[in-house]
Write a protein that binds this ligand. Structure first.
Ligand code: FAD
Length: 697
């Protein structure tokens, strides 16, 4: 609460005078609230001991928040094994202790893959590593040879903050970097290409420094693969999220990312009216889970692939759905990535990402499994030629099955081993949604607001590019509300409605009917996106499109506060001003349009909503974005900031968040009569002290 009252003048003075001397980390330590970092319980496993016990001569360590860092770490590890036949241990830093890292023999190099999360922070699971490296004494790691690859997004202020800190700490501790520190930029959409160029250079550097012999690259399975004949055995997974969900077990909490809860969607509805796009409001019931959330948190939803995509994948690689297989680890440091034994059909539907864009590196790996010489030549060429790959594959929005069929003129490939695919494709990851309900009004129910990813493929008539989780949510919404799918399709075809029919269909019953009654595996991810604890603090919220989701939660929270204090005139009269800047294309996609007047009625003067539309059409060709609305209201906005307002930005990380940042720089620079550079530093300080928070994606 102390922060809420931090005077804007003091903040400015601090920003201008101190930031230059001390840097962000010191300030953060001074100002951060205690809960700003999630602490990690230490495991008793010593990385050095485990590496030695398992006779490893190379470590690949990843700190990953959403799975991308993990994915690249594993790819890199596989390549080290295939190319140099190293004995690689590839593990999540969350699972180990690093206190003895200085005793790692100098002939065991380490490759770090570190993702950045939020405001330049380490992933939750890498906080212990961060603390260890930060506190390492000078020269204490002079034995260590390492490579480092960071994953981040340049639309965030503290781009690749975590990997940059890792580099500094390692350098300060005297560790020796091999090759160059590489960074990936998801903001520019170049993560895969950034990785590939870093990887090629780093493998060359490793080869030189470590005097490694290079072998012809070959797929080396990490598990012994066995086919079984026992589909109906209760120990065989049909796609259950974890083995605890198998019929022979009983599932108990706690429910986490690793052990999701099966929450029923108890209500759902379409939020857009009369448009060719869809946005789903879904309400998940948490009863019986013991899960708690706070307004501003995220819901993680683990989706499954559609019938159409599963079928396409199985046909393309000539795979039999019912084949049951097991994976046996030959190495104590490697665990099967999903519950086994399972069937190929279940793995393709529930455990693998089969629809996203194809990575160029997988083309290189597929060469050894080419169905014929002609395809092989194409694979070799495309895997080496970045531009040609972008032109022929990426720009067409191909998924893996589309891409290989394109190379073989539509002929299925039976030459690719299934265990190569299951070890090479990324594993299904949860999608996150900013919770749009309030934990004060509906503690046991989580609302999400998800825009459906479904657009025509410009290069292939009749084909759509579809997102997994959002189309699954729409499928649930249509079935739950008993919409006649046949009628919907007919109406769309005959031009009676712009609302698209369902492009892809899902098995809503799930493995062994576990998902019946519209259940989905979910978990809560706690965020730091929080209303000021003092309700008298003014609040500026900026959230166009689905970016409005958490602000619906915030406003419901304040309505609950007012109702709770209805007999306390003073509390109510002091409630700070809450202003929401919202934008949509037009009236048809104006989210929760009918709810806002209700909130306004209840909150009275302390709530104001400023709305702009970017595509009104008709005579009005003028496009208004939230950043324009901010400028239009510059005086009020500056006054609120001066009065200590907290600023919240949610939604599109690329255009919107930057546009808003720019508008606020202008407002502060004009209002405070300082240069834009100084205004930028003031905003940086606001971010550091939690007075400017972003929830962008
Ligand atoms: P995915 O399957 O993950 O696909 C992602 C995109 O790639 C889609 O646009 C899809 O059409 C496209 N695509 C698929 N295949 C290909 C291909 N072969 N080539 C090229 N493109 C392809 N979203 C919301 O709607 N509301 C929220 O409140 C919200 N909050 C979020 C909060 C956080 C912290 C984060 C990180 C994200 C949030 N998101 C939110 C985004 C959300 O997590 C999902 O990314 C989004 O819903 C898409 O998921 P999907 O499974 O439908 O699409």
């Amino acid at each position: 609460a102390g922060l809420d009252n931090l005077d804007f003048a003091v903040l400015c003075a601090l920003a201008l005078a101190v930031v230059a001397y001390f840097g962000r980390d010191t300030l953060k330590a001074v100002f951060s609230s205690d809960d700003s970092l999630t602490s990690v319980s230490s495991t008793s496993r010593d990385i050095v001991e485990v590496a030695k016990e398992n006779d490893k001569n190379y470590l690949v360590l990843f700190g990953s928040q959403t799975g991308t860092g993990e994915d690249y770490a594993k790819k890199f590890a596989k390549e080290l094994i295939a190319k140099f036949q190293l004995k690689v241990m590839c593990v999540d830093v969350e699972k180990y202790d690093f206190d003895n890292l200085s005793q790692l023999p100098s002939n065991i190099p380490v490759s770090f893959f570190i993702s950045t999360y939020g405001e330049g922070d380490f992933p939750d699971g890498a906080v212990a590593l961060e603390e260890f490296l930060r506190d390492a004494e000078a020269d204490s790691l002079s034995n260590l040879k390492y490579t480092l690859f960071g994953l981040g997004n340049s639309t965030y202020e503290f781009f690749n903050g975590a990997s940059k800190k890792t580099e500094k700490y390692l350098k300060d501790a005297g560790a020796n970097l091999i090759g160059k520190f590489g960074i990936a930029d998801d903001g520019a959409g170049t993560t895969d290409e950034d990785y590939l160029s870093w990887k090629d250079a780093t493998l060359d550097a490793l080869k030189d420094v470590l005097h490694l012999d290079e072998h012809e690259e070959k797929f080396e399975p990490a598990y012994q693969y066995e086919e079984l004949e026992q589909y109906y055995d209760e120990s065989v997974s049909h796609g259950e999220p974890t083995t605890a969900y198998l019929p022979e077990n009983t599932i108990k909490g706690p429910f986490t990312h690793n052990q999701p809860f099966l929450a029923p969607v108890v209500k759902s509805r379409e939020l857009f009216k009369n448009t060719d796009r869809n946005c789903i409001h879904a309400e998940f019931d948490l009863e019986g889970s013991n899960l708690k959330y706070t307004t501003g948190d995220h819901l993680g939803v683990l989706p499954s692939n559609s019938d159409e995509h599963v079928k396409q994948f199985l046909t393309t690689f000539s795979l039999k759905e019912d084949t049951v297989f097991d994976l046996i680890s030959t190495d104590a440091t490697v665990q099967p990535p999903f519950p086994v034994p399972t069937s190929i059909g279940a793995a393709v539907r529930y455990y693998l990402e089969i629809t996203g864009p194809v990575s160029r590196s997988i083309f290189g790996q597929l060469v050894e499994f080419s169905p014929n010489e002609e395809v092989k030549a194409k694979l070799v060429q495309l895997s080496k030629d970045k531009e040609e790959f972008a032109k022929q594959i990426t720009s067409k929005h191909f998924n893996l099955a589309d891409a290989v069929l394109y190379l073989s003129n539509g002929k299925p490939w039976s030459s690719v081993p299934w265990n190569f695919l299951l070890e090479t494709l990324p594993h299904m990851q949860p999608r996150y949604y900013s919770i749009s309900s309030s934990s004060s009004t509906e503690p046991g129910v989580v609302h999400v607001t998800a825009v459906v990813e479904n657009q025509p493929n410009p290069t292939e008539e009749g084909k759509k590019i579809t997102g997994v989780a959002t189309n699954l949510l729409r499928n649930i919404q249509l079935v739950q509300n008993k919409v006649d799918l046949y009628e919907l399709e007919k109406n769309e075809k005959e031009g009676r409605t712009p609302t698209p029919s369902l492009s892809v269909h899902f098995d809503l019953n799930g493995p062994r009917n576990l998902y019946k009654n519209f259940k989905l595996p979910v978990h809560i991810r706690h965020s730091q996106f929080r209303l000021p604890s003092n309700p008298n603090t003014p609040v500026i919220m900026i959230g166009p499109g689905t970016g409005v989701a958490p602000f619906r939660g915030f406003i419901r929270e304040r309505v609950a506060y007012k109702e709770h204090h209805k007999d306390d005139g003073e509390a109510i009269s002091q409630l700070g001003k809450h202003i929401l800047f919202y934008g949509s294309r037009n009236q048809n996609d104006y989210l929760y349009a009918e709810e806002w007047p209700e909130y306004a009625k209840k909150l009275g003067e302390c709530f104001e909503m400023v709305v702009g539309h970017s595509r009104l059409g008709g005579d009005s060709k003028k496009r208004t974005y939230v950043q324009d609305l901010l400028i239009q209201r510059r005086e009020d906005v500056f006054k609120m900031i001066k009065d200590g307002a907290f600023i919240y930005v949610c939604g599109d990380a690329k255009g919107m968040a930057q546009g808003v940042h720019k508008a606020l720089v202008q407002i502060i620079s004009e209002g405070n009569k300082v240069s834009e550079e100084d205004a930028t530093n003031i905003i940086k300080m606001m971010k550091t002290t939690g007075k400017y928070q972003e929830d962008v994606w």
